[in-house]
Write a protein of this length. Structure first.
Length: 461
């Protein structure tokens, strides 16, 4: 298969140039653009350590789908492949409306495995939290109730998620009523993470340090995980929805992990006394350090939320904040929003990206140079890093786990402006060596914001 480095469209191996932009095509995945005569690759959405994610067309159902191309190293351990296959076979027997459906698993060339899932049109919970922290109690309870319902279905057949985070909770509208609907993604995939190695790990080499905010105490301690691990993870998410931030935050992953095992979360009633008492009590129980002290099943979480929602009345609808970035399939693939506004004319500016959760306190070892290609008030398209230097891995490992922990300095003609944000997605640059990183701007000092936006209004040189 061939891939356009500009628009990311997919072509058969015989093609040489993209018909849309004329770019010379690069080698992509092994094999043809159609799987099983049914699922046709359309374009690359995002790339990550667990493989590339593509938008596809399901020719039989006449609808879009997602294809996750899982690389061979995820299946280096034969037991991992067996568990993965067994999980998906069991999930295929479910008719669970609150889980993202698996449509097919296809063996590809080069050891790749294609996981085909349904395509959900909406946005993920991470986007929702960025746009409107905290959520209303009714909205938070609705999301928790629906997620608990989906997870309960998976737990009933012996499959815990073990990697819950807001990026895995997808929100969309009911086609007829516009009521808020929820699906949980990536159920059954946690076993693959055991074969991922990278720069963001704890002292034992475990990958749990990548997302410490949602890691249960038993995972931090290397103990056995079960369905109650998901109850803790959903409890962290419910706390974040109600309070506007996770219960434990620190400058380094290790400190957060230590807090997960040894610190008590600040009571929700202290943060906001208006949060309904049943939701406060449920959340704090879900965050118990000992699994035996938590609710023992997702059905109990569902019931508490359902009982309170029945008293609160009215059905929650899917509403989108004007500040919320538009949702795309890339959102669900990478857990990061698209950059909504159109870019300004091209400006070639030097910049420096600093990963502020780097290993050294001064962050010097994680400062990476780059060039701004295009810019808007909300974000930038940046060329930086090469495969050879491993700089992309540094950016990806840190910013995917710590979304708002990227410090950025851009050298304007009249001086440097500073801002913070996160890397939304990554594409290979046309040269096949460097990477294009889409950066979403979260915060900027007022004076820097004024100078930055004034610069954007100038005609491009």
């Amino acid at each position: 298969m061939k891939l356009c480095p500009v628009c990311q469209s997919c072509y058969e191996d015989v093609a040489r140039f993209c018909v849309q932009d004329g770019a010379r095509l690069l080698d992509g995945l092994p094999g043809q653009t159609t799987l099983q005569g049914r699922f046709r690759f359309l374009r690359l959405l995002t790339t990550g350590r667990m493989g590339d994610v593509y938008l596809a067309l399901d020719a039989v159902a006449s609808r879009q789908a997602l294809i996750k191309a899982l690389p061979a190293y995820l299946f280096a351990n034969p037991e991992t492949r067996q568990r993965f296959t067994a999980n998906l076979e069991r999930l295929a027997t479910l008719q669970a409306t609150n889980l993202v459906a698996c449509l097919a698993v296809v063996e590809m060339g080069g050891g790749y495995v294609a996981l085909v899932t349904e395509y959900v049109v909406g946005h993920d919970l991470r986007e929702e939290l960025r746009a409107r922290q905290p959520l209303s109690p009714r909205r938070a309870a609705t999301i928790a109730r629906e997620a608990a319902k989906g997870l309960a279905s998976a737990h009933a057949i012996g499959i815990p998620h073990c990697d819950l985070k807001p990026e895995n909770i997808l929100l969309f509208a009911d086609a007829e009523t516009q009521a808020l609907r929820v699906k949980v993604a990536d159920v059954g995939l946690a076993c693959l993470k055991e074969n991922i190695t990278g720069s963001v790990t704890d002292d034992t080499g475990s990958e749990i340090a990548r997302l410490p905010y949602y890691t249960a105490p038993e995972a931090c301690l290397g103990e056995a995980l079960d369905t109650r691990t998901d109850i803790y993870g959903l409890g962290v998410i419910l706390y974040e929805m109600l309070a506007g931030a996770p219960p434990f935050q620190a400058k380094s992953p290790g400190k957060v992990l230590s807090m997960q095992t040894g610190a008590l979360p600040r009571p929700l009633s202290d943060i906001n006394p208006a949060i309904p008492a049943p939701l406060v009590a449920l959340t704090m129980r879900m965050l118990s350090k000992q699994p035996d002290a938590r609710p023992q099943a997702m059905d109990e979480v569902w019931k508490v939320c359902q009982d309170w929602l029945r008293e609160a009345g009215d059905e929650e609808r899917l509403t989108v904040s004007p500040e919320m970035p538009s949702a795309t399939a890339a959102t669900f693939a990478s857990g990061a929003p698209a950059i909504a506004s159109r870019f300004a004319p091209s400006h070639d500016l030097p910049l420096r990206l600093t990963i502020i959760d780097a290993d050294d306190e001064g962050n010097r070892s994680r400062t990476i140079p780059g060039r701004v290609q295009e810019a808007s008030p909300q974000g930038m398209r940046v060329l930086t890093g090469t495969i050879e230097t491993g700089q992309l891995n540094i950016i990806r490992d840190h910013t995917v786990a710590f979304k708002n922990r990227l410090a950025i300095e851009v050298d304007l003609p009249d001086g440097t402006v500073r801002m913070s944000g996160f890397a939304a997605r990554y594409n290979r640059a046309p040269d096949g060596r460097n990477w294009v990183v889409y950066i979403y701007i979260k915060e900027m000092p007022r004076d820097d914001r004024r100078r930055y936006e004034a610069f954007l209004k100038r005609p491009a040189a």
